[in-house]
Design a protein around this ligand. Structure first.
Ligand code: ATP
Length: 377
């Protein structure tokens, strides 16, 4: 199920918002659908070979010693498998997993309650650990290091802290923003694994595995096609797979072949690079309205009828990662790859530039699906 990023729009134009089928975050409904596709053991977990190998050593050694392993910090963008790995860690240790998240813990007392209910050897998964409130963070340092929480009894001057010892347990923290973690908290993790985007070949394996779990057959060419448009992210790969399955069932003959994959992704306006309508609008505006830039973020956002924040957080990171746009002190610029992707020729550098100056020649578009520049502005 895709997210809807409903954002404002102006001048009565069609809202741009559309469904962001290529978003790397998931809502609760999608998380439920994902549950069936999660690898359960380390050997089923595709890719991330370095982290997998290191983690396997940490876990095997702990099991052999009959001790709890070091606390584990997993960092990386959404949808790459942090939650999945936390579940796998508990499974490999033969123990149960308790799940909470930074935003869910408002007060240190909330965390103290969770910690004091842990049983020996359990794994406590704290998602978005960088969003823990400071008092909770401080309580966590002590708990991770000394397996102790200080329960505060009473209020004001008469308050006193009663130390409560905890059975050994393992914290698995997940963060998309490792840089935001204060050093004392980071230092409490004996093992840190950084998850990177997946290669198309790895995503192909994820897709073939997921299709098997969904009980549908997929042709190799279709898996290949979907993997190339999945932005290096298993969550997106699984989501696109489900949409292709829908298309094959409703408009095709049930076979997930290349034709079904291409047709379904055309319907959802996901092009060969995995760009959707918003991404292409941003690129299109940058090239056709502003001659490739530099242009300020807010101007760019107004041109495509979106909030600056949406453009900056939703579209831009992937466009930058793909080398399609650059951020400069003077604003955003289109790279040669952006012009090529839109099938446009960059303007002659000697021609004066300004809004509308990049009315470049179309050279035969490389994209598929959706409109090139659809603001109606
Ligand atoms: N290495 C992998 N092999 C197979 N499937 C994977 C892998 N990594 C992730 N997935 C699938 O991708 C989906 C998203 O993974 P997961 O929820 O673990 O990501 P996450 O990094 O925790 O994301 P978030 O930060 O948004 O919670 C799951 O359905 C999972 O099955």
């Amino acid at each position: 199920m895709a997210d809807f990023d409903r954002v404002g729009y102006e001048d009565g134009h069609e809202p741009f918002t559309s469904e962001r089928i290529v978003t790397s975050t998931a809502d609760d409904l999608e998380r439920a659908a994902e549950a069936a596709l999660r690898p359960r053991r380390l050997e089923e977990f595709v890719g991330q070979l370095v982290v997998r190998d290191q983690l396997s050593l940490v876990l095997q050694a702990a099991v052999a010693r009959g001790a709890t392993p070091d606390h584990v910090l997993l960092s990386g963008p959404p949808g790459l498998g942090k939650t999945t790995l936390a579940m796998i860690i508990a499974a490999e240790l033969g123990t149960s997993l308790r799940v909470t998240s930074g935003p869910a813990i408002q007060h240190a007392g909330d965390l103290a309650a969770v910690l004091s209910s842990l049983e020996e050897g359990e794994v406590l998964f704290i998602d978005e650990i960088h969003r823990l409130a400071r008092p909770a963070e401080e309580l966590l340092y002590v708990a991770m290091e000394d397996f102790r929480v200080d329960v505060v009894v009473g209020k004001g001057a008469g308050a006193s802290a009663i130390p409560l010892s905890l059975p050994p347990f393992t914290v698995v923290g997940a963060t998309t923003r490792a840089g935001l973690l204060p050093a004392p908290l980071r230092d409490r993790f004996g093992f840190t694994g950084h998850l990177d985007f997946y290669s198309a070949e790895e995503l192909e394996r994820v897709i073939i595995r997921s299709a098997g779990l969904l009980g549908v057959e997929i042709k190799h060419a279709a898996a290949h096609e979907i993997s190339g448009r999945s932005r290096g992210t298993p969550r997106i790969a699984n989501r696109l797979l489900r949409r292709v399955r829908d298309w094959a069932q409703v408009r095709g003959d049930g076979t997930m072949d290349l034709r079904a994959a291409r047709a379904a992704l055309e319907v959802y306006e996901v092009d060969e690079l995995g760009l959707d309508r918003l991404d292409r609008a941003v690129l299109g505006a940058l090239c056709t309205r502003f001659g490739g830039g530099p242009v300020g973020l807010s101007t760019l956002a107004v041109t495509v009828g979106e909030e600056s924040e949406t453009v900056e957080t939703v579209a831009e990171p992937f466009l930058v990662r793909e080398g399609l746009i650059g951020r400069t002190p003077r604003g955003r610029v289109a790279t040669p790859a952006a012009w090529a992707h839109l099938g446009l020729t960059p303007p002659d550098p000697l021609t004066p530039r300004g809004p509308g100056a990049g009315l470049a020649q179309r050279t035969g578009s490389a994209r598929s699906g959706g409109t090139l520049f659809d603001t109606g502005a």
